[in-house]
Write a protein that binds this ligand. Structure first.
Ligand code: ADP
Length: 716
């Protein structure tokens, strides 16, 4: 399982720009929505205003038309000017928009007139006569059209300093099909707006009459200012005059929220923005958590990878669900070869598989202690077995459910090896202790044996002296008794000679035994040894009498191969003699039990039991600083079992053996700085070799070997 590291920098940049783009788009969308909502609202207000303008125009038109009918009604009873006056006053009382009503004859001369009761006379300052020309034009037009005609509006200044915009209407009066005069009504434009327009239509708006160029003529309501005012214009087309009605909506568009819809859209947009903000914050937190999680996983993986303990998880069916690198390395298999693998596991040694299977079945059946550790043996891919310590515990998931088993596996082969070494050194320690005891005994014995040996030596010397004296006496008496006999007659019987030789040998061996005992004593006491240069030949000479004795007994032929130019060695003569003696004795004894097999070789080698003592330089190079001594036998060889503890003190395969010989030999040789080892000698037997340092290096010499063969039973 690989956990890719989450790089905050790599991902943040594209993700950040995406967020910016999203925010810009959302803001643009929201802005457009608000703007469109505003536009929609504005257009609604505008169209309502325009509808109202049309209705207002229609109201004014129908109001004016109704007035014309009312005027006509004044003439229904063909009144006289005085009779006309009363109803006319009543009419003006009802119609505030009419400022003055005049009845004029055909020549436009004033017959009667009525002023509105609501104002001071309108033409008081202006003077009605000044308008006669305009009135004439209007009435002529009315006559031509046979209907009411309106004049252009004009300003009538008032006594209070103010003024009114006034428009005259002239209507021909036809009685009995004949034009009898004109009725002239002066309208106040402002009052037309106030009286003829439905009140519900002008609520909240400013209504005005304007000229085509926009000059305001009359105004109803308060003039609105500002750039958010809705304006609608509509033409009021009257016969003889055309006016423009302008409506200004005082319900101007509010600065921010023109209506509920826009407010709603804005609120929703804000909510959306808030959600986006929360989402972004949540995303940021998620990213941080994701990053932290990635870090934690990477750390855990690094820990698992660097663990030396193998980890393995199994599910409840025994299938492997997880292994760490240490475990894979331990068994030499890939994770893919292990994962999902059931029983038998690929690292179980085949010979133990059935036992392991049984153990797993017991465990899966629940007959186990929850946490246990046991030792087992696993197999590597190359087939080698190794001991492991397995600690197993139930695998419980986050909700406390038992999902399988987790095991920690330790390769304990190194531990076992160390234990083995420790046990061996323990054995060696015990052997050394016994050796020390033996040494003590040897030391004691040597002390005790010195006395009898000295006595033997003295007795032998004494006996020799006695023998010599006896021989002398014998000779003297023989000389006296046999005066006539020749001088070279029998001097001493041969028995005396043999006795003398035997006595000499006894004295020599006693002396030698003394030396051996002294050397052993020194060796045990670890005194500083005195090394001397000893010729290999002299070493051989010292041991040969004893070797020959034993070879005769064991029927062994001894062969000596001594290189001619072999230099003297620096050694403790007695100890090295003992080493040579011990190795030769071991070799001869080994041939005792050996199967006698025919030996291929020259006739001289055909003796079955041959012990060869070979002495030569360790290397063919004459400058070699070591001399090699080899003791070669044709015995039964050394078994693998015996080889393991060959140099261990007290190891012996012989009934009366001590098992100290080889161990002492190695110690002696190593004390000389040399090396003692062995190898098999094909076709049969063993070669024990040891090396000793040369006393001095020869300048010249040859490598020819002086091979002197002793007889099968040895010679002196
Ligand atoms: P010991 O001779 O008292 O048994 P050693 O230490 O000399 O003690 O020898 C230990 C053992 O090594 C012998 O018992 C014998 O089994 C084995 N051994 C020594 N030399 C040879 C040899 N040349 N051939 C075969 N086995 C040998």
């Amino acid at each position: 399982m690989k956990f890719p590291r989450l790089s905050g920098i790599d991902r943040a940049s594209p993700r950040g720009s995406l967020w910016v783009l999203l925010m810009v788009l959302v803001l643009a969308l929201l802005g457009s929505l608000v703007w469109l909502a505003g536009r929609y609202e504005s257009s609604r207000v505008q169209s309502r205003l325009e509808r109202n303008a049309v209705e207002i125009v229609s109201d004014i038109r129908s109001g004016l038309t109704r007035n014309i009918q009312t005027f006509q009604a004044l003439y229904a009873s063909e009144p006289t000017p005085d009779a006309w006056h009363g109803p006319a006053v009543g009419l003006l009382r009802e119609h505030r928009e009419i400022l003055r009503l005049e009845w004029r004859n055909e020549a436009l001369q004033l017959l009667s007139y009525v002023e509105t009761p609501y104002r001071t006379p309108v033409f008081e300052r202006l003077g009605r006569d000044r308008l006669a020309a305009d009135l004439s034009v209007t009435c002529n037009a009315a006559r031509r059209l046979s209907g009411a005609t309106y004049s252009a509006s004009y300003f009538a200044p008032q006594a209070d300093g103010m003024g009114l915009e006034v428009m005259d209407m002239c209507q021909p009066v036809v009685v009995g099909g004949r034009l009898t005069g004109y009725i002239v009504a002066s309208y106040s434009l402002q009052d037309i707006l106030g009286e003829l327009v439905g009140k519900q239509l002008v609520r909240g708006i400013t209504l005005s009459f304007t000229e085509a160029d926009g000059t305001r003529l009359a105004l109803q309501g308060v003039a609105s200012r500002g750039n958010r005012i809705f304006v609608a214009r509509e033409l009021l087309d009257l016969p003889g005059n055309t006016l423009v009605i302008r409506m200004d909506s005082r319900l101007g568009t509010p600065a921010l929220f023109p209506n509920v819809l826009t407010a709603l859209v804005t609120a929703m947009s804000l909510a959306l923005l808030a959600v986006l903000f929360l989402l972004a914050r949540d995303m940021r937190r998620r990213l941080k958590v994701e990053h932290d999680l990635g870090e934690a996983l990477a750390f855990r993986k690094a820990m698992e990878d660097s663990l030396l303990t193998g980890l393995r998880a199994r599910d409840l069916q025994g299938r492997i669900t997880y292994v760490n690198p240490a475990f894979c390395k331990m068994v030499g298999l890939q994770p893919s070869e292990l994962l999902n693998h059931g029983f038998p596991s690929p690292y179980w040694p085949p010979e133990l598989a059935s036992a392991y299977q049984q153990r797993q079945e017991t465990r899966l059946a629940g007959n186990h202690s929850p946490r246990e550790s046991h030792e087992s043996v696993f197999m590597r891919q190359d087939g080698t077995r190794f001991p492991v310590l397995i600690m197993e515990a139930p695998l419980v998931n986050a909700v406390g459910k038992h999902t399988g088993w987790m095991s920690a596996i330790l390769d304990v082969s190194e531990q076992r090896r160390i234990e083995e070494i420790s046990r061996a050194s323990q054995d060696r320690l015990q052997a050394s202790a016994r050796l020390a005891m033996v040494g003590e005994m040897a030391s004691l014995l040597s002390h005790e044996l010195n006395q009898p040996l000295a006595a033997i030596s003295s007795y032998a010397t004494g006996s020799l002296n006695l023998l010599r004296g006896e021989i002398e006496a014998e000779r003297t008496s023989a000389a006296q008794t046999a005066v006539c006999q020749p001088a070279d007659g029998p001097v001493a019987p041969p028995l005396f000679d043999d006795l003398q030789l035997a006595m000499r040998r006894i004295a020599e061996q006693a002396e030698r035994a003394g030396k051996v005992i002294k050397s052993v004593h020194d060796f045990v006491r670890r005194r500083e040894r005195v090394r001397e240069a000893v010729a290999p030949q002299s070493l051989l000479d010292a041991i040969m009498p004893l070797v020959i004795l034993q070879s005769r007994k064991l029927e062994v032929r001894v062969v000596i191969e001594l290189a001619q130019d072999c230099p003297p060695v620096l050694c403790d003569r007695t100890m090295v003699e003992q080493v040579l003696l011990n190795l030769s004795r071991n070799g001869m004894q080994a041939m005792q039990g050996a199967e006698e097999t025919p030996v291929v070789g020259p006739p001289s080698d055909r003796c079955d039991r041959v012990l060869t003592l070979r002495i030569r330089l360790a290397a063919s190079n004459m400058q070699s600083r070591w001399v090699e001594f080899a003791v070669i036998d044709r015995g039964e060889g050394i078994s693998t079992e015996a080889a393991k503890q060959l140099f261990t003190p007290f190891f012996t395969t012989k009934e009366e053996g001590m098992g100290l010989g080889l161990s002492l030999c190695r110690t002696v040789i190593e004390q000389h700085g040399g090396f003692l080892g062995y190898e098999a000698a094909p076709p049969q037997g063993t070669i024990f070799t040891f090396t000793l340092p040369v006393a001095w290096v020869r300048k010249a010499g040859t490598t020819a070997q002086d091979v002197r063969e002793k007889s099968c039973h040895g010679t002196d």
